[in-house]
Ligand binder design. Structure first.
Ligand SMILES: [Zn+2]
Ligand SMILES: [Zn+2]
Length: 179
């Protein structure tokens, strides 16, 4: 994803960028692919630095951690970074240390490749444990059947959590009485 700042005659300016399916690669096990990304940016200019702020909308295909089915999801993220030349950045860094995200111009074309910062923003928006639906029942741990499609008929022994809780309570009471 390349931003050509020479296209704009005056600042501030609003622009919209679009990434084709597959253009942004995210190396997460749960991410099956990035379908498309749309970015809306406001760009302000301050001498030789360009302040970019805006929103990102990404359509991704994820894999559900419970049932392993692939599903599409729309994610959003905030973008906030500065585009400038490497020289301007070094000059500025002598004056103050900051924690801004920078993208540097390539050559003298006022051209910046923002692919990496877009990828980072998409990665931040991906949930740690993606699930296709909050009510997803997952797979049977015995036969692997998708429990969303109905019970599989396996006889699974379950520990009754209510009794386990009572047992712990009694044990704690005994300890307290003894002390
Ligand atoms: Zn699922
Ligand atoms: Zn089963």
């Amino acid at each position: 994803m390349v931003l050509y700042l020479r296209e704009f005659e005056t600042f501030p300016v609003q622009t919209c960028l679009y990434a084709e399916p597959g253009e942004i690669a995210v190396e997460y096990d749960s991410v099956n692919g990035v379908n498309e990304v749309v970015i809306h940016l406001n760009i302000h200019r301050s001498s030789d630095e360009y302040y970019c702020r805006g929103t990102l909308q990404a359509n991704l295909q994820l894999e559900c951690v419970r049932c392993l089915k692939k599903f599409d999801i729309e994610l959003t993220g905030e973008m906030d970074f500065i585009i400038c030349s490497m020289e301007a950045h070094d000059r500025y860094l002598k004056e103050a240390v900051d924690d801004e995200d920078y993208v540097f111009f390539q050559g003298n074309e006022l051209k910046a490749d923002i692919t990496d910062i877009v990828r980072q923003t998409v990665m931040l928006a991906v949930p740690m444990m993606p699930i296709c639906s909050p009510s997803c029942k997952g797979l049977c741990s015995h036969c692997g059947a998708d429990l969303n499609e109905g019970a599989c008929g396996c006889q699974v022994e379950k520990i009754d959590e209510r009794w386990a809780g009572l047992r712990d309570l009694l044990r704690n009471n005994n300890l307290e009485n003894r002390g």
